[in-house]
Design a binder for this molecule. Structure first.
Ligand SMILES: [Zn+2]
Length: 504
């Protein structure tokens, strides 16, 4: 008798579940499930029975006892349907011979015996690696996603009968090949499309190179959203580990996804999104937007419109690059390493500082509006760029413009410099530098030093502001491929500050 395993999801991780079936003679028609089955697992009784009968097999004329081990972990979701049906058919002697001693299967069963896709197939397949599994059976639509785990051969199955044939060795089904990268959307959102806004474009390159969080402040129609959307094309392609990590997260949210994530994700939740939607959690303990944006960009348009409680929920993940959510169902930690881009109007009416439209807001109203952003959160935003209203003349000017591809070469090189710099530290990019690392790696040349001192005096810069400026200047120099931070690098960092009366 071989063993049949299924799995259950916890956030973006899977727990392998062994399915034990016993047929009890004497009593007829009872179907007992033990081992903390959740509502969706309890309902699987009916689906499994219908699918078995519809596929031409016999449902045992005895009482059925199914135990899901380990017993102390709650299991939920319809993904145990397929392994449960297979274990039942094996126990009742309908699976002719065992081709694979240890099989892991995941799939929801339709009443007619079809196998439907389930969430988190990549996490499930990866969990098989620890258990010496001989074969994985996965819904055909997402079998390639499962094969990305390289844990065991993944057999795509469309129906319960096909799954049985694979296990009996009577069907010639080839194992799935690993999923291909998603269709590349490169060139769709190129910075070349944005006219003017040179400072903001450079700031995007700096954000991409050092993963600095970025705040874009400007009136409606200044192109803040257009700019933010172009950050994605500037980020280097994901490395192998990051690509698998992002694919795994994506497959938990989108059960039908069958491609590999290769470009950094870009997520833009609306300001009506709840805190749980943003940072994760809820009854199902699903990852939130900040985890879906992991290794990529989290864009919050209309930043000041997000409720304070939602914005505050971002503080911890921006600091720690992970997010821990606690609910009745348990505590989970999700990855949350993002480049945050926030965009907002400079004032409630939107036109503060506009050359043509008069602002209707009082100083008090402006202050109340921008000070909704708390100091601790702002402290994590190194770049605060004012995006001016677009001058029509600029729009008509043809002129040479730098494209995303050109900038990306410098960005990739700047990343390499950072990798060399932080070989012996947990820090990976300049935005993550500790105060000690700032002291060590961000020393401007004498002229840059003088410029910074002068600005600190005249603009009353706080120690925190100075550290932010130095981190940014370090990345600007890295983009030039220079070990030395020159005064021009400091000057650029000083330009990436807003005159808004923000909390500091
Ligand atoms: Zn205004």
């Amino acid at each position: 008798m071989g063993s049949i395993f299924g799995a259950t999801l916890f956030g973006i991780d899977a727990l392998v579940v062994e399915i034990e079936v016993r047929l009890l003679s004497g009593q007829y028609g009872r179907f007992l499930l033990t081992g903390l089955p959740g509502a969706a697992v309890r309902e699987s009784r009916d689906r499994v029975k219908a699918a078995i009968l519809a596929s031409g097999y016999e449902f045992p004329r005895k009482s059925v006892l199914v135990h899901l081990a380990p017993a102390d972990q709650r299991k939920d979701g319809p993904l145990l349907d397929l392994p449960l049906a297979l274990a039942l058919l094996a126990e009742s002697g309908q699976l002719p011979h065992e081709r694979f001693p240890r099989v892991l299967a995941a799939g929801e069963l339709a009443l007619d015996g079809r196998v439907r896709p389930v969430r988190g197939i990549l996490a499930i397949a990866a969990a098989a690696r620890e258990l010496d599994i001989d074969a994985i059976l996965a819904p055909a639509e997402i079998a390639e996603q499962a094969a990305l785990a390289h844990a065991a051969p993944v057999y795509p199955v469309r129906t319960l009968a096909e799954a049985m044939a694979v296990l009996a060795g009577t069907a010639s089904v080839d194992p799935a090949r690993p999923a291909q990268p998603e269709v590349d959307v490169e060139g769709e959102d190129d910075v070349r499309d944005v006219r003017g806004q040179e400072l903001a474009k450079q700031a995007l390159a700096v954000a991409a190179a050092g993963m600095h969080n970025l705040l874009l402040v400007g009136p409606p129609g200044s192109g803040k959203t257009m700019l933010a959307r172009r950050l994605r094309a500037l980020l280097p392609a994901l490395g192998d580990d990051a690509s698998i990590e992002c694919s795994r997260i994506a497959s938990v949210v989108d059960p039908t996804r069958n491609t590999r994530v290769s470009r950094p994700p870009f997520r833009a939740p609306h300001h009506t999104a709840s805190a749980a939607a943003l940072v994760g959690g809820g009854v199902q303990l699903r990852p939130g937007e900040i985890t879906l944006a992991h290794n990529g960009v989290l864009f919050l348009d209309e930043f000041a419109e997000f409720p304070r409680v939602v914005i505050e929920a971002l503080r911890q993940p921006l600091e720690e690059r992970t997010i821990t959510v606690s609910r009745v169902a348990g505590t989970l930690t999700f990855p949350a390493d993002v480049c945050l881009v926030a965009a907002m109007n400079p004032c409630p009416c939107g036109y503060r500082g506009h050359p043509k439209v008069a602002c209707r807001c009082s100083d008090h109203e402006v202050r109340r509006y921008v000070q909704r952003l708390s100091g601790p959160l702002l402290d994590r935003i190194d770049l605060r760029v004012e995006v001016a209203a677009v001058d029509v003349r600029e729009l008509l000017e043809p002129g040479p413009r730098t494209g995303s591809i050109d900038l990306r070469t410098a960005i990739v090189r700047a990343r390499e410099l950072q990798t060399e710099r932080f070989t012996r530290s947990l820090t990976r990019v300049n935005a993550q530098m500790s105060p000690k690392e700032v002291e060590r790696f961000c020393v401007p040349d004498p002229e840059g030093h003088r410029l910074l001192l002068k600005a600190a005096d005249t603009q009353h810069l706080s120690a925190r502001s100075v550290k932010r400026i130095l981190r940014v200047a370090r990345t600007v120099a890295d983009l030039r491929g220079s070990a030395t931070i020159a005064s021009a690098d400091v000057a650029f960092a000083l330009a990436c500050r807003t005159t808004l009366p923000l909390h500091e």
